[in-house]
Structures are given as C-alpha cells and as structure tokens.
Ligand binder design. Sequence first.
Ligand code: PAF
Length: 286
Amino acid sequence: MIIVREIKKMQKISDEKRREGKIIGFVPTMGALHEGHLELIRTARKKTDFVVVSIFVNPIQFGPKEDYRDYPRDEEGDFEKCKREGVDCVFVPHVGEMYEENFSTYVEVEGLTEGLCGKYRPGHFRGVTTVVAKLFNIVRPHLAFFGWKDAQQLLVIKRMTRDLNFDIEVVGVETVREKDGLAMSSRNWYLNEGERKQAPYLYKALLYGKEIIEKGERNAEKLKEEIKKFISKNVPLGKIQYVEIVDIENLKPLKKIKGDIMIALAVFIGKARLIDNIRLKVHDRR
Ligand code: PAF
C-alpha cells in the first residue's frame, strides 16, 4: 500500500494507472474509519482495479462552532484498516497544500443543499463539494463511492458530478449499522455509555415512521409529529434538530406522503450530532 501526501505525486500515480488501463476506484473519507467506510472500500475493491482512499479532515466544511478541532483522528489505525482491506493507495494531503494562501474558488450546488442538513449547517455543502471536486481532480478516479447514510451529500455530489461533467460514476453504498441498528458514524465516538444506549432509538424512530406509513398515514406533518414524540420518549438525552419527509429526487419537504420518499433526521445526543434516514416507495394503488 502506497501512502501519498503530495498532490502532484497523487496525480502522477493516477495518470500512470490510467495509462496501464487500470480502473481507479476512490473512497474519500475524513478518517476515523469504521465499518461503514470499510464497506465503501470493499465495494470499490470489487468493482475497480486500483483503490485509492483519501483521509482529509476538511476544515472548510465545518462551521465555526462545529467539531473540526475535536474530530476523531487515528492515522495509524486507519492505515492498518486500509492495508487489511487491500487498499492500493492512501492519499493524506496537507491542509496547507489543499488550501493555499488566498484560496478563493468554491463549488456550490444550489437547491438540493437548501433543506435538511444544509439549513442548519450553512456553508457545509459548499465545503464538501469544493473538496470533493478538488479530490476528483487530484485522484482522477473512474468510480467514486459514498454512503447513503449521508444521503443529501450523496445526491449533492451526484448533481455536481453531472453538472460539471466530471467523467466519474458516483456509486451510493447502503448504510452499515451496528447490531442494535445505530448507523455507523465517526461521531458515534463521542457518545458516552448512557448516550450510546439511547442512540439506536433514532433508527427505531425511522422504522416506526415506516410502520405508520404502512398502516395508511399519508399526512407528512402528522407523521413527523409521531416520530418526534417517539424520539422525545425514547431518547431523553436527545435534542431534535429536524425530522423531515422529503421527495428523494429534489429533497423538497412533502405535504402528502407519496412516491419515492426519504424520512431523514438529525438529532444531537450530547456532543454528537447524529443523522440517519430511510428511503421508501409509497405507491398507492387506486
Ligand atoms: O463524508 C465525508 O467523510 C466527507 O464529507 C467527505 C465526502 C470525505 C468530504 O470531506
């Protein structure tokens, strides 16, 4: 496994691999790798010849009051995990080379970034799309892999890739969960014992929402209220940021639950801001 820290060197390696006819698979991460990341890597391993994982805690996607400084970092542990999964190359750029003095060019996707997390994390998606566009230009992959746990991020990156004509296939990989249903996330590291016990109820709340829809509820406001009540009862340490029912295509909130939808939520438990979602098809027969 090669460890690369310089942008030019990474570009050179990717160019060489492309010339050799290799299909490059790319898994961008901020490190603190968990099973969710490993599933992205395994999918990339199956589908491509040369797997590159980037590890870069991207300062410009964190708000001033967010956890950039405290974000979990474990470079040596991450390298070990990558080696075990048969990763070919880990790209760990320096922040100063990624964002040189007077850095002033940003990539912004409109519309899709307005609701859900975008509403509460101004500038976050601008930071994500900017760094992913840069990483795409540096790693030059054929395929790039992102998790459905960050559904809005995945859809925003797909849109950016299409709109800016990156010749890259963006592949969505299903959320990996702990045995009790908690979605894997680097931010689960922040949970203490009591918080960790309550955290699985976020996924249970989504499943409870699904059950209510299956029983015939079509009013999104009523469903949101039911899910919020469920969370307040079962996650007393939680502070709900949002529960939304949206159209999966445009991420706009729905009044009537119909079509391909997503129930998405963001809840603070202690210091950890946890997000999760489920996607459903609600196609009523007339
Ligand atoms: O999902 C993440 O870990 C980050 O948002 C990403 C895509 C690596 C960009 O920094």
